[in-house]
Every structure is written in structure tokens, then in C-alpha cells.
Design a protein around this ligand. Structure first.
Ligand code: GAL
Length: 373
């Protein structure tokens, strides 16, 4: 994707909106995902050496950190990056962007695949701490585990940037060398609703006075899924549109699950479905396969929206097979995360309530899709 222009806008708006307190996502339901936890524990580097008990007490660690920070801020340092799972389309783009930026700046980076398993990720964090990395960038598996993650990195005194899955402001306030870089998921939900409001019939294809939709949700444990689900529909109701939810199912950000849910719902509700909201593009691409297999035509007899602006989704928007998507700016977030990490390494601390840095989402329609391709 050529995103230079968009990035410039996103980074500029980050400067403007940077350091805003994170708004209330206090209600993340603690739901056990636990699916597909892989059996074997391969390849965690340096797994057995340096047990966790060796972690220095806070003051000692702080002194060591100051040295490490001085090294790291200058001629590169060792950075540990934990991703919730490698097998996630958007996080793959994000990971590649992080790698390019960090390596380009001379850091030595190790990426770990949490395989959607919080216990596995906890081990990886402990291993990174034992290896005395200079800083951590963590995409938590479960936001409900944030307290534990924060306590661990605080104990070790490691400067930490959390990405993609936002804990509450309250949870983050426990540690002042901790910052979250991401997006405000409410904005993406609202933009999805606006994409539907911008259609000629405002989503009411059959003219019965209400918009009947299905919602294909990401992993409901994270706020991106919660807020996108809530705010996409809210944009319609705020505009005075009557809505009818035919179905809401979790698709866990996964293309195959998106396809299955859409296929079942299209068989069950048929022409009644006017809009398919997907919390992300990968599920929308899956839903599109089901829409096409059912002989339906996007933008003629059904609308389809996603979030992320994956390359595949941009192509479908350009071809008229998706009504629109919303740019989830991986490059901008990766740049913001590295900047925040360098600020931390330079000794910056973050006050409670000022630990979330947001990058703006951008609406993508056939009119502007070329800017993103
Ligand atoms: C969202 C993104 C999804 C998925 C999820 C993982 O921001 O839109 O595609 O990557 O993060 O937490």
C-alpha cells in the first residue's frame, strides 16, 4: 500500500490528538477465548535460562534501565515484541511495519507469536525480561490479562508500549513507563455506519423503513470488537434510522468464520439482509465469498463494510464488491509505537490518564480508494 499521504495526515492528527486520555473501555467482558491453543511449546528463545525469580527489585532494575536506556536510545538496543498471534491478517501487516521501522533504526528485534494463548505470551514476556531487553512492545492476547502483564513489566522496570488491544486507563495508571498506541475503535464503528448512511438509500434497500443487518463480530473480548459493533449501529440510529439486527455472531477476526457465518445467515434470512457489518476486513472478505456464492451483488442488493483497509479489501472496494472499509493505519501505529518506545527509552514517563496515543482511522470508499492502493 502506498500510504505516505494518509500517513502524513494520520501522524499529524496524532500530534494533535496525541496523549489523549483513553475513554471508557472499562467494560471489557472477561470471556475465555481458549480456542486453538497449540499443543507444543516450540521455539521460545532462551526458555529455560534465567528464571523469573532473578528479576531485580524495582530500584535496582530502574538503575540498570537507565544504563540500558542510554545504550538503547543511541546505537540501537534489544527490543522484544509480543504479537497476540502471527496468523492474523492485520497484525501481520502491523508486524512487518514494526520490523522495518525498528530494524531501519538499528534495533535488534525479536518477535514472538503468542498463538492466541495468554499463558504462552506470559512466558514470552518473562523470557524477554530474563534476556534483559531494553524495551517491550506488547500486543496482549487478552485485555483481561492487562493487570498481570503490567505488573510483570513494572516489576522488571522495562519500558513498555502496548499496542492494538487497549486496556483501561485505570489499569495502565499502575506503571508510568507504560503507554498504549492504537486507535479509538469507536471512531471506526462510527465510520462504518457512515459508509452505510452515504449509500443512496441509507442502507434501506427494500424500502421497508428499516435497515436489517447482520453483525459479524471480532473477538468480543477486545474493545475493537465491542466498540465497532456498538458504534456502527449507533451511527445509524443517531441519524434517525430504524434498525433490525437479524443476527450477531463472533467471527474472531477470521476469514473462514466470516464466510461461514455469512453463508448460514444468507441461507436463513435471504433477501431480508440489507447490510453485513464486519468488524474487520478479513471477515468481510469471507462474507463476500458467501455473498457471491449466494448470487447476491454488493451495492445492488446488499451492502458490505469492513475495517482495516487490507490490500485485498481495497481491491474489492475498487471493484465495487465491498461498499467500503476503514483504514486501520498499521504504518502510522507502528511509527507511533516506535516513537513512544524511544520516548520511554529517553526517560519519558506518562501520567495516569495520559497513557493512550491514538492514530486516526480514515474512511475508504470507491471515491478515494486509489489513495490507499
Ligand atoms: C483489530 C483489527 C483486526 C484484528 C484485531 C486483533 O484492530 O481490525 O483485524 O487484527 O485488531 O486484535
Amino acid at each position: 500500500m502506498k500510504l505516505r499521504k494518509v500517513l502524513a495526515i494520520a501522524m499529524a492528527s496524532m500530534m494533535v490528538f496525541g496523549l489523549t486520555a483513553c475513554g471508557g473501555n472499562d467494560a471489557a467482558p472477561a470471556e475465555a477465548p481458549a480456542e486453538e491453543a497449540p499443543a507444543e511449546e516450540e521455539a521460545a528463545p532462551a526458555e529455560e535460562e534465567a528464571p523469573a525469580e532473578e528479576a531485580a527489585p524495582a530500584e535496582e532494575a530502574a538503575a540498570e534501565d537507565a544504563d540500558a536506556a542510554a545504550d538503547a536510545a543511541g546505537a540501537g538496543g534489544n527490543i522484544g515484541v509480543c504479537i497476540y498471534k502471527f496468523d492474523d491478517a492485520f497484525m501481520t501487516t502491523y508486524r512487518n511495519a514494526l520490523q522495518e521501522i525498528l530494524e531501519g533504526k538499528g534495533y535488534t528485534v525479536t518477535f514472538m507469536d503468542g498463538k492466541n494463548d495468554q499463558a504462552e505470551q506470559n512466558n514470552q514476556i518473562n523470557n524477554f525480561i530474563a534476556q534483559k531487553v531494553d524495551a517491550l512492545i506488547i500486543n496482549p492476547v487478552m485485555t483481561s490479562a492487562a493487570d498481570q502483564i503490567i505488573a510483570t513489566v513494572k516489576d522488571a522496570g522495562v519500558p513498555t508500549v502496548l499496542i492494538n488491544r487497549e486496556p483501561t486507563a485505570d489499569q495502565m495508571s499502575a506503571y508510568d513507563k507504560l503507554v498504549y498506541v492504537g486507535c479509538d475503535a469507536r471512531q471506526s464503528g462510527t465510520m462504518q455506519g457512515e459508509l452505510i448512511l452515504d449509500t443512496p438509500n441509507k442502507g434501506d434497500i427494500n424500502g421497508d423503513g428499516k435497515v436489517s443487518y447482520i453483525m459479524i463480530q471480532g473477538d468480543p473480548e477486545n474493545v475493537d470488537a465491542q466498540y465497532r459493533t456498538e458504534f456502527s449501529v449507533k451511527a445509524l440510529t443517531d441519524a434517525g434510522i430504524e434498525v433490525e439486527e437479524l443476527d450477531l455472531q463472533r467471527g474472531d477476526w477470521d476469514r473462514n468464520k466470516g464466510q461461514e457465518i455469512a453463508q448460514n445467515d444468507l441461507a436463513k434470512f435471504g433477501e431480508d439482509i440489507e447490510v453485513i457489518f464486519c468488524n474487520n476486513d478479513d471477515m468481510a472478505i469471507g462474507a463476500l465469498q458467501a455473498i457471491q456464492a449466494a448470487g447476491r451483488k454488493v451495492n445492488e442488493d446488499i451492502y458490505l463494510v469492513g475495517v482495516d483497509a487490507l490490500d485485498a479489501a481495497l481491491n474489492e472496494v475498487a471493484a465495487g464488491n465491498m461498499t467500503g472499509t476503514v483504514l486501520n493505519d498499521a504504518q502510522g501505529q507502528a511509527e507511533g509505537a516506535v516513537q513512544a518506545m524511544e520516548d520511554l527509552l529517553g526517560g519519558k514517563t506518562y501520567a495516569a490518564g495520559e497513557q493512550s496515543i491514538y492514530v486516526d482511522y480514515v474512511k475508504v470508499t470507491p471515491d478515494n480508494v486509489a489513495d490507499f492502493q
